[in-house]
Design a protein around this ligand. Structure first.
Ligand code: THG
Length: 289
């Protein structure tokens, strides 16, 4: 992208991904995460890390540009599990990794073993969290996701989320972390319970993009909690968010609606040569005759 808008580079074992150089958003695969996944929780509890090979491969084959890894299950050794998970995923796929943990010790252990330049998911605007995570980002030259929440929770209004984004960016910059190492997550709330929640996220994305000139990411599926036809709503929100300047998101690469939305942005913004990716996608998904 032109002018002073930075691009964020993430690296895997062989593949690197740039966030912010195109309008087509970078997809961070969400599926290595035990949230709401009973079977995965059971596997992680008994130490069966091997299942993650399939999860990694399927997501990358479906079009994931990066993979988020979260193995936070109560009662397990999260540090050992995270290290094992990263090793196995990086044996299987070459895309960049996003290390996702609430525990700074787990993040540091992951940074020591991960190959390439990972993302770290995440810091918040809470002073304690920033003090424990941001020095690691600097030391390991990683990329940080900054969530726009603080000790008081997730603000409903966009202005407060922007204020928190500014706090995170200035604290990071003071430590020598550059804007090309930062993704701000404006946070999606369930639109079914928070009437103005989606608008607050969209306004925040636009401001961060145009005024702060920083890249963004978002956990897409939060928007549709409790609603019917979640995939369609997620895809619709994704398109609105990309229109506001969203440059990456965390979502389910196996979701056909999401795939269709991404391929559509590519062809509509002239980033898909002769619409080849779009056409290929349509052919692969054509109804059987
Ligand atoms: N921002 C950032 N990171 C995040 C989030 C965010 N990480 C976690 C979460 N939110 C995004 N990741 C997930 C992962 C899994 C699910 C939802 C969000 C999930 N998945 C299936 C479901 O929809 O029920 C499980 C079922 C299945 O597919 O098998 O719930 O906002 N920075």
């Amino acid at each position: 992208m032109s002018g002073d808008f930075p691009v964020v580079k993430l690296e895997g074992t062989k593949k690197s991904v740039t966030v912010g150089d195109k309008k087509t958003p970078v997809l961070i695969g969400e599926r290595i995460n035990p949230t709401n996944r009973k079977k995965l929780i059971e596997q992680l509890k008994v130490g069966n890390i091997e299942v993650l090979r399939g999860e990694a491969k399927a997501q990358v084959e479906a079009g994931a540009d990066c993979l988020d890894i979260n193995v936070g299950v109560p009662g397990i050794d999260e540090k050992a599990t995270m290290i094992a998970a990263i090793k196995i995923v990086q044996e299987e796929v070459d895309v960049p990794i996003v290390i996702d943990s609430s525990n700074p010790d787990v993040i540091e252990a992951a940074l020591k073993v991960v190959q390439g330049r990972p993302g770290i998911n995440s810091t918040t605007g809470e002073a304690k969290r920033m003090d424990s995570i941001l020095p690691l980002v600097k030391e390991y030259d990683a990329v940080i996701i900054g969530l726009t929440l603080n000790d008081a929770g997730i603000p409903t209004e966009s202005a407060k989320r922007i204020e928190i984004a500014k706090t995170i960016v200035s604290r990071a910059n003071a430590l020598g972390i550059q804007n090309d190492q930062i993704l701000i997550d404006p946070l999606a709330l369930a639109c079914g319970s928070s009437q103005d929640g989606a608008i607050a996220s969209l306004d925040t994305i636009g401001y961060i993009r145009n005024e702060m000139k920083i890249n963004t990411t978002i956990g897409l599926s939060n928007i549709s909690f409790g609603m019917p036809d979640r995939s369609k709503l997620n895809a619709a929100f994704l398109l609105l968010a990309v229109g506001q300047g969203l440059t990456s998101f965390i979502g389910n690469p196996l979701d056909k609606e999401i795939q269709f939305a991404i391929r559509s942005t590519g062809v509509l913004w002239g980033e898909d040569n002769f619409g080849m990716k779009y056409v290929k996608h349509c052919k692969l998904n054509a109804p059987q005759k």
